[in-house]
Design a protein around this ligand. Structure first.
Ligand SMILES: [Zn+2]
Length: 167
């Protein structure tokens, strides 16, 4: 029998019952529309592609689980506020965050909000933000031999967006 000629590629993925976050948000869309304030029970998954290390794994599962859990905890029980939405004005004071969209005004306690450097709190943009933070954390740990990182954010059952980045 001939040996396989293809090169195997490896990927690890984590999604656990604790990689979840319950958060409030609204998105703006189609130019002049703005959703009503609502929330989701989000679930995040992360996968990493790369070479096998000398112990024959891509990345320690416990490392990936811990990092993803930490990011989910940051998002949990927060009002998610996008800082880079041109249609939304955000005034963040020490105690309160004031949002304006047209004639709508929202005021939240600062401690209940998470200000995110993204234009809209879509599942895609949340996946991108989580992926960026994960990439930074992995680089800080000196993780070597990684080729790609993908984060998936499910905002309701069977409805998810993913963001993949090449490392
Ligand atoms: Zn929503």
């Amino acid at each position: 029998m001939a040996e396989p000629t293809t090169t195997p590629q490896f990927k690890v993925r984590v999604v656990k019952d604790y990689t979840v976050f319950c958060a409030g948000h609204f998105i703006t869309y189609e130019g002049d529309k703005c959703e009503s304030l609502h929330g989701h029970n989000y679930r995040a998954a992360a996968s990493v592609e790369g070479d096998l290390n000398s112990d024959f794994y891509v990345l320690d599962f416990s490392v990936l689980k811990k990092l993803l859990r930490g990011l989910c905890d940051q998002l949990d029980h927060k009002m998610l506020v996008p800082l880079h939405n041109p249609r939304l004005t955000v005034e963040a004071g020490p105690d309160e965050v004031l949002l304006r969209y047209g004639a709508k005004r929202y005021i939240f306690p600062r401690s209940d909000t998470l200000l995110l450097p993204i234009p809209n709190t879509t599942a895609e943009q949340l996946a991108e933000w989580i992926g960026g933070e994960l990439e930074r954390a992995l680089r800080e740990r000196g993780a070597a031999g990684l080729r790609a990182l993908e984060v998936e954010v499910e905002e309701s059952f069977g409805q998810a967006a993913a963001c993949r980045r090449t490392l």
